[in-house]
Design a protein around this ligand. Sequence first.
Ligand code: SAM
Length: 289
Amino acid sequence: MTKDIATPIRTKEILAKHGFTFKKSLGQNFLIDPNVLRNIVDVASLTPQSGAIEIGPGIGALTEQLARQAKRVVAFEIDQRLIPVLRETLAPYENVTVINEDVLKADVKQVIATTFEEGQDLMVVANLPYYVTTPILMKLLEAKLPVRGIVVMIQAEVADRIAAKPGTKEYGSLSIAAQYYATAELAVKVPKTVFVPQPNVDSAVLRLTIREKPPVTVADEEWLFAIVRASFANRRKTILNNLIHNLVGKERKDEAVLALAEAGIDPSRRGETLTIEEFANLSEQLQKR
Ligand code: SAM
């Protein structure tokens, strides 16, 4: 087996050889601890038959670990300067394909269809660029990709918000949006020292397991999420005031009051106390116009 890319010495050598300079604007914080990388891969529970989809391979530190565990790996990297580096570092792994594309613009579903076999066990595994954590996760979830789950290293604070339960200060529209599509667990917290350069914030590994079906059934998912967003727009306001000011308007106050009553929700409660089931009830009661 070749020496791990992620050792501090080898990473330094690779960066120096290619004269690579980090772009902060692309969230480039590379992992230099093979144990942390193996932990991330363990959390994904890959089998030799699995396929892995990576976002932001960097110089290939995580890609290499995935290539050793999975049958096939496809990785999206936005930074064109890293493509020749990856060609070299990942040369020993024939089961890896790198795509030089912004994952937010890529047709991930199409790439999955052309890269993997139908019904193959698939996982997204990534050390995400922190400046776009939420858009990337929401894109992957909303696309309803045929994957078992998503294991990502992200900012600890965002991981806490995604996995938060009702009634906590971290609970918000992001928790509900993510938990509509998946169950969320915080796997491990990771210190800044395992990255080069070190990020300003603490990190954590989050595991999302995709649900077979959503925990609630609503006629219109977009309407549900519009209500959720409106309900959290001002955390100090009651649910009723948030609905009036951010969704239905003053002229429909009576309708909002009635819908809350029909859904069995006290209008003086705050959004952060409502479960997804309560939001779903509310979404069915409050007619879209
Ligand atoms: N996987 C490597 C590691 O763990 O050492 C690098 C992780 S680094 C936190 C994030 C990587 O994502 C960088 O390589 C960066 O260039 C890439 N990246 C940033 N924005 C991206 C985007 N929109 N689409 C694809 N890759 C992106």
